[in-house]
Design a protein around this ligand. Structure first.
Ligand code: DGL
Length: 273
């Protein structure tokens, strides 16, 4: 048994969708979440900048005595996972591999679509993982750069003409390729599930990045004998790098539950390398 907390981080608040899955799948674990709200979004930046930010984020999280880290961000997972794993002596899980494994299991037509940030699509990491798992699967990737800012601004409701127009422009060409499975390769996107499902139709299965990594973490903790006492209720602490006002309200939307935790603000520049 290991009662140390698990660090979870994202460029902003999108990673809270992964926290939601982690709390459902591993309710006994203590979580420490960091959202780099001062510098979100990462998705349009270069790999070098994303890696630099990710190293700082990990450095902050490692000021706690953690047993594992979950990168609850497609953009950081696709660009920086290997480097972060090589530099750190604790298990680090990203979203790419677990999500692709699920997509390959789900697709019957062997046609999978991926929507993610520009940096994630540019990295080719999702495509490469699918090809490794099943070379016969045809993959079509599409960056959706306006989704993250719209989600961070709360434009997630059905009937919101801005998000629906943007979503149709991104998704209709993907639908036309005949995919039967769509990877939501960015942890902000599960908040758009209804809007995306309306456009893609019932014949397309949506696979969310955050949820699959929670199952992967559970397996890993079990194999390494790192699980917390299963009879207890885990705690969660939240840290951000920008103003904390409105955190509870916005985080409640991402977590889809009433959150009564205030976030603490930290100065991420202090963790510069
Ligand atoms: N949640 C992040 C991801 O999964 C958002 C990316 C961004 O900051 O642009 O990719």
């Amino acid at each position: 048994m290991d009662m140390r907390p698990i660090g979870v981080f994202d460029s902003g608040l999108g990673g809270l969708t992964a926290v939601r899955s982690l709390r459902q799948i591993l309710p006994e674990e203590n979580l420490i979440y960091f959202g780099d709200t001062a510098r979100v979004p990462y998705g349009g930046r270069s790999r070098d900048t994303i890696l630099k930010y990710a190293r700082q984020d990990v450095r902050f999280l490692r000021s706690f005595d953690l047993k594992a880290i979950v990168i609850a961000c497609g953009t950081i997972s696709t660009t920086s996972l290997d480097a972060l794993q090589a530099e750190n002596d604790l298990p680090i899980i990203g979203v790419v591999e677990p999500t692709c494994r699920r997509a390959v299991l789900v697709t019957k037509a062997k046609k999978v679509g991926i929507i993610a940030t520009l940096a994630s699509i540019r990295s080719g990491a999702y495509e490469a993982a699918i090809r490794r798992l099943d070379p016969e699967v045809e993959v079509t990737g599409r960056p959706c750069p306006l989704f993250v800012p719209l989600v961070e601004n709360g434009r997630i409701q059905r009937g919101d003409v801005v998000i629906e127009t943007v979503a149709r422009e991104y998704l209709e060409p993907l639908k036309a390729t005949g995919i039967d499975t769509l990877i939501l390769g960015c942890t902000h996107y599960p908040l758009l599930t209804e809007i995306i499902a309306d456009i893609m139709g019932p014949e397309v299965t949506l696979v969310s990045a955050g949820e699959e990594s929670a199952f992967e973490l559970k397996r890993m903790l079990k194999t390494r004998d790192l699980r917390a006492d299963e009879s207890r209720q885990g705690t969660a602490e939240f840290y951000v790098s920008e103003r904390t006002e409105d955190f509870e309200r916005i985080a409640s939307v991402f977590l889809q539950e009433d959150l009564h935790h205030a976030a603490r603000r930290i100065d991420i520049d202090q963790y510069g390398i």
